[in-house]
Write a protein that binds this ligand. Structure first.
Ligand code: MG
Ligand code: MG
Length: 266
């Protein structure tokens, strides 16, 4: 399949989905605290997105039951929200998508409740930083391997972590997952060449321990095999010649983290 190049009109529709999505995750993060749970946050996200005229992209996607993926601690991605209460020291990846006017947006952010272990906090910081480093290579004419190399180099060579290989970033548009695949590892110059005005989601999933993962009994949740924590950050970006444009935004999310006394500051 070819990588789809978006028209300016399509970009504006994806941008709108990404704006609603960024606001939805900020709302969720305002309510995150010890004692609440994934189902409560999922309900907030679901209602917020619908109130804005959108649909949660994940709900019903291959049968996924919810608007949010909630992946806690050793869970990497694709966690199904449950009634299990959040507790002090938990880290929680919040992954969400919005479908509006025929186009998706996709993003993820990892938060920590209360007293997160310093080593886990550092994993969160490095994972987020690796996303921003990867985005620097999301320019026209570069290849997906350039992005993967930048992420892996920072996480695995400059830091002691491991990038998950089984799950990857992806094109975003009329479908939630389009070509190309955007791995979080790789070699410079390998992989698909990125055309100007393609839209991709970059989403490093980074483990504190070993890189191996497995699927849990619910057939959805991906966990680390060694049980160590995993962090996940994701932006939807527009590939441009000099600098990618980030269509999702962490601004309101990070304000919500700063203003929520229950959450650790990354
Ligand atoms: Mg994604
Ligand atoms: Mg996502």
């Amino acid at each position: 399949m070819a990588i789809k190049i978006k028209t300016q009109e399509e970009v504006e529709l994806i941008r709108k989905s990404c704006q609603v999505l960024s606001a939805a995750l900020a709302e969720v993060i305002k309510a995150a605290k010890a004692g609440t749970n994934g189902l409560a946050l999922d309900k907030l996200a679901d209602e917020f997105i619908k109130d804005c005229g959108g649909k949660p992209s994940f709900k019903g996607y291959h049968g996924f039951p919810n608007a949010l993926c909630i992946s806690m601690n050793d869970e990497v991605v694709h966690g199904i929200p449950t009634g299990v209460e959040f507790k002090d020291g938990d880290i929680i990846s919040l992954d969400c998508g919005v479908f509006m006017n025929g186009y998706h947006g996709d993003m993820a952010y990892t938060i920590g409740i209360g007293n997160v272990k310093p080593e886990t906090l550092q994993l969160m910081r490095v994972t987020k930083e690796s996303l921003l480093l990867g985005i620097e290579f999301a320019t026209a004419g570069r290849r997906t391997g350039d992005i993967g190399f930048a992420i892996q180099d920072f996480c695995e060579r400059k830091n002691p972590y491991k990038c998950v290989r089984e799950l990857v970033g992806h094109g975003v548009g009329k479908s939630l997952h389009e070509d190309p695949q955007v791995p979080n590892y790789g070699r410079k110059g390998d992989g698909a060449k990125l055309p100007e005005n393609c839209v991709i989601a970059i989403e490093p999933m980074v483990n504190l321990g070993k890189r191996e993962v497995y699927t849990k009994k619910d057939n959805w949740t991906i966990g680390t095999q060694d049980g160590t924590p995993s962090a996940h950050f994701e932006h939807t970006v527009l590939v441009k010649p000099v600098k990618a444009e980030i269509l999702t935004s962490f601004t309101a999310i990070e304000k919500a983290v700063q203003e929520n006394p229950e959450l650790v500051k990354i």
